[in-house]
Design a protein. Structure first.
Length: 343
């Protein structure tokens, strides 16, 4: 497919644009005082330039954010795989409420171009549906946006959530929603998601362009040549249900060896989520006796925690120390930098 291809059904804020008109719009947006319009203008200019790649910034979750290049054809392949998996049809309506500086926002634009979606662009915010009154067929959000949009999710037919894990409290709030809500699994290097699952399910199913396996550590290996020519060996520990379904257990680099017992922070956090009203995480801290002890870090002013809260945990999963942090240090995309918040 020509990377300059625009589907006849594509619409942006209700209007059809050909390549020349999109570039004219991009020039206007680049001179805007609003950052989200500047970023969107830059994306359009990049997409229609003579290069066969686009550049973007990684989120910095596992290290320093860096600039990487993605082949435009690979981006198109990812967009088409999403269209197949979620049965997106030309003229379906879509809302772009994510920053187009990052990969998830860029893909919503490219999907709309390639699949012929009717895309509305709004200023990304933590409450993107606050002014929305119409219904959308397809929307992508991060968890914070979902939390703030619970009362309006009926306006979305299919919602994909990425960037971080949805906690149990949020899932419970939206399980009865008329919206089909999916958690996605992926990363910048795979050009957003390569797998998805409904929030009521435990196991992810890969999209049609991805094959999965595990390495000797039990970590996921992704083979998706249409978006990345190299097999991608992740640090994500997984459990397989079938050869084509996996459950995410946590990151191998987050695993805590405490007194010879391996602890999975993400699993402990899921158990504690119903009892803590603030953002939090658990992490290992060096300890003379245990090697590493489990520490609970809560984004809050100090308050009294009832010991009974930890009854949901196995004895060796119970935190040996609790820390309170007023404001978590996080990446530009809102992901918590665990080690940077530990004292």
């Amino acid at each position: 497919m020509n990377t300059n291809y625009i589907h006849n059904n594509f619409r942006l804020n209700g209007e059809f644009y050909d390549e020349k008109q999109l570039i004219e719009l991009a020039n206007q947006y680049q001179n805007s005082d609003e950052t989200y319009k500047q970023d969107f203008g830059n994306l359009i200019m990049q997409w229609f330039d003579t290069n066969d790649f686009i550049t973007l910034t990684t989120s910095g979750t596992t290290g320093t954010p860096k600039q990487i290049e993605l082949k435009k054809q690979a981006v198109i392949n990812s967009a088409k795989a999403t269209g197949i998996h979620f049965n997106l049809q030309p003229t379906n309506s879509a809302l772009l409420c994510l920053p187009t500086k990052y990969i998830a926002g860029k893909l919503m634009f490219v999907r709309s171009l390639i699949l012929g979606l009717h895309l509305d662009l709004v200023n990304p915010s933590s409450n993107p549906l606050s002014e929305i009154i119409k219904t959308y067929d397809f929307v992508a959000m991060v968890p914070l946006q979902v939390i703030n949009s619970v009362d309006k999710l009926h306006l979305i037919k299919k919602l994909i959530v990425g960037g971080a894990k949805l906690d149990l409290k949020v899932k419970e709030l939206i399980l009865d929603s008329t919206s089909e809500v999916y958690e996605t699994y992926g990363m910048t290097e795979t050009i957003t998601h390569i797998a998805a699952k409904k929030i009521s399910e435990e196991f992810f199913t890969p999209l049609p362009h991805a094959q999965i396996s595990v390495d000797a550590r039990g970590c996921l290996v992704i083979d998706a040549p249409s978006v990345n020519p190299d097999k991608l060996v992740t640090n994500d520990l997984v459990e397989f249900k079938t050869p084509n379904q996996f459950k995410w257990l946590g990151r191998v680099d987050n695993v805590i060896n405490s007194g010879g017992v391996k602890l999975f922070p993400e699993q402990i956090e899921e158990k504690l989520a119903p009892f803590i009203s603030y953002r939090f995480f658990v992490i290992g801290k060096e300890d003379i006796v245990l090697g590493n002890k489990l520490v609970l870090v809560i984004e809050s002013e100090p308050y009294l925690i009832e010991p009974q809260m930890f009854d949901v945990l196995l004895p060796f999963e119970k935190p040996k120390e609790i820390q309170f942090v007023t404001n978590f240090k996080e990446t530009a995309t809102g992901k918590i930098l665990r080690k940077d918040n530990l004292r």
